[in-house]
Write a protein that binds this ligand. Sequence first.
Ligand code: BGC
Length: 391
Amino acid sequence: MVRSFPRGFLWGSATAAHQIEGGNWNSDWWEWEHKPGSPCVEPSGDACDFLHRYDDDIALLAAMGHNAFRFSIEWARVEPEEGEFSEAALGYYGRVIDACERHGITPIVTLHHFTSPRWFAQRGGWEREDSPRMFGRYAARVARTLGARMPWVGTLNEPNIVARIGWLTPNFPPGKRDRELRRTVDANFIAAHAAALEALKSGPGAPKVGLSLSMADYQPLEGGAERLERIRHQMQDIYLDAAREDASDWIGVQTYTRAVVGPEGEQRPPRDAELTQMGYEFYPQALGATAREAHTRTGKPVLVTENGIGTEDDERRVAYLDGALSGLHEEIEHGLPCLGYLYWSALDNFEWNSGYRPKFGLISVDRRSFARLPKPSAAFYSEIIRRNGLA
Ligand code: BGC
C-alpha cells in the first residue's frame, strides 16, 4: 500500500538502555531482578550488549532506511551516587550520538526509561517530594554536556505505567500496593517532567522536548462510561492536561492495544480475540485513535515514540505494522500533526518481568553470540519508508 507521510517525517525504531545495554547493575531494576521472590522470569544480564555494539546496530538501522533512532540515557550510569556525575558515562552517550550522526540518523533521547539509580530508590525514589528536583539536576547535567547535540529529548518514558505497576499491581519496583502513594508518585512525575523540561530549555542547543505516555484506546461497554473516565483520568488525562499547559514541544504516544471498560472495570479481551505474547489483544487500530486523542487533549504535535507487537510470528508483526500505520496515516490525512513513528523495538530485548521471551524486535538477537538478524518485518518496514522517499 502506497501512502504519503509528511516531509521530514521521523522513521525509526525505539529502545531503552536497561533493555539493550547490558550490565546495568547500579539501577533499581537490577536489584529488583535479583531479589528473592522477584516476579522477573530471568535477569537482564548482558541484555543485547548494545553497550559495545551500538555502532554496528546504528549502522544496521541506517542500512534499513531508518532516519531516526530512539534510545535512553541511563541515569544510574550518569549519576552513580547522589550528586556524583560520571564524565565517562556522558562520554559514552556522546559516542552513541556520534554514531547516529555518522550514519545519518536523528537521535531521539529519553532521559528516564523505567530505571533509576539505586541510591535514588533507596532514599525513597519517586515518593519523595524532592524527587523532581533530583531528576531536574540530572537532566541539567545531561543538558550541559549533550544538550546541543540532542535535537529531540523525551523526559520520562511512561511515568503513568511506572506509577500504576510500581505502586498498584505491584509488579515493578518498588512493588507496593498503595493508592495514595500512587497519586503522590503521579504528581511527582508531572513535576519531574516540568523540572527536566526547564533544565533542557535553559541549557545549550534547542532540544525539542516532550513526554511519552502509555496510551490505550479506551472504549466503554454499556454502563462503563463513568468507570472509564475515572481510569483514564489517572492513567492519561492528568498527564495530557499538564502537557497542554507547559512548554513541551510534542507529546509522545505509546500504544499497543485498546482497553475496553465496563461498569466493573477493564475487561479481558474477548474470548475469540487474537492475543499477542503479552496477552494484549491484537488491535493495531488503537494507534490512530490514541494519537488523535493525545493531540486533541494537548494541542501539541504527536510523536509516536512506541508502537509494536510481541510475537514469534513475524507475519503478524507485518500485519500489525500495516494496520497501525494505515490508521495513523488516515489521521494525518485528516489533519493530525504527527512528527514521526518509532516502532518498538529495534531489537528483541529484555522485556522487564517477562525476560527475553516476548519478541518485539525488527531484528532478532542470538542470546549467546549476540548476532543480529533482521526479520522479514524489518524489510517490510524499510519498504514503507522507501516509498515515502527516504531510503
Ligand atoms: C515500554 C517498553 C516495553 C514495551 C513493551 C512499553 O510499555 O516503554 O519498555 O518494552 O512497552 O511492553
